[in-house]
Design a binder for this molecule. Structure first.
Ligand SMILES: [Fe+2]
Ligand SMILES: [Fe+2]
Length: 273
């Protein structure tokens, strides 16, 4: 089975890169499932229903979120009627939406997709390790589903590596999001779980984390309130990870970093070309 995960869509450059490139990638690589983090899709802050629909129509099967889940207030409402949009599962009980779902991939496989948020240098949510363990117990890989994809939205690499080691052999992929910078450590762990510390962002890398540079620089120099952060407006680059899993076990065979666009050294799954 062929999976593609792409990191945080940031503003219009990220959306345009996804909408223009994803339909062709889906065909070229015969992708069975595509998951994309969309927490910064609306001008860098949250996601609207129109943008959510646009990204799903471009070929995403599931969209995950993070600490910016509800920056656009309308997400509090439409997430309830959009089963393919996930917010972190370890939000407090009663938070609108859901943190995990089972979707049917293009090849007919059942895939559990989960979104959790780390707690180091982040908002203090429920323990993500316990939440992930509960979800995996309710829907075990190889029994109730054919693949498991976990988006671990977190700041600290240690916490992301910790979660990956914790579920190694019980998930197809654990991928980090949130830092907006892709890491180079994509690999298959000893138990068969594919791992990447951070997928990076789909956005304009001539920026500071996808935002125009002037205001962040000013904030570092002058500790005073200023103008709003605005998403950068140059051409977007796609970043994430491609994973091939074993149909029998749901564990990963091989992975490739995905970087397509003007600003990063190009990379892709040559084994699917
Ligand atoms: Fe983000
Ligand atoms: Fe984030």
């Amino acid at each position: 089975m062929r999976l593609l995960f792409l990191g945080d869509i940031v503003g219009r450059p990220g959306r345009t890169a996804v909408v223009e490139r994803l339909p062709r990638l889906r065909e070229r690589w015969s992708l069975d499932l595509v998951v994309i983090n969309g927490e910064n899709a609306a001008g860098g802050f949250g996601i609207t229903e129109a943008i959510c629909d646009e990204v799903l129509a471009a070929g995403a099967d599931v969209i995950t979120l993070g600490n910016h889940s509800f920056d656009q207030r309308e997400a509090l409402v439409f997430i309830e009627r959009q089963p393919r949009l996930l917010r972190p599962a370890n939000y407090p009980r009663g938070t609108p939406g859901r943190g995990a779902t089972v979707v049917e991939a293009r090849n007919g496989a059942r895939v559990l997709v989960m979104n959790v948020m780390g707690r180091l240098f982040m908002d203090p949510l429920d323990d993500p390790f316990t939440v992930v363990a509960q979800e995996l117990e309710a829907c075990p890989l190889g029994a109730a589903c054919d693949a498991v994809v976990i988006d671990m939205h977190a700041e600290a690499t240690s916490e992301k590596q910790g979660l990956a080691a914790f579920v190694d052999g019980r998930a197809s992929l654990v991928v980090g999001t949130h830092t907006h910078v892709p890491t180079a450590d994509g690999r298959v762990l000893p138990g068969g779980t594919a791992y990447l510390s951070d997928a990076g962002m789909c956005g304009d890398y001539d920026s500071i984390l996808g935002m125009q540079k002037d205001e962040p620089i000013r904030r570092f120099l002058e500790k005073t309130p200023g103008s709003r952060l605005e998403a950068a407006s140059g051409e977007g680059t796609l970043a994430g990870i491609a994973v091939e899993t074993d149909d029998a076990t749901g564990l990963a065979h091989r992975v490739a970093h995905v970087r397509i666009g003007p600003h990063l050294a190009p990379s892709g799954p040559d084994f699917w070309e």
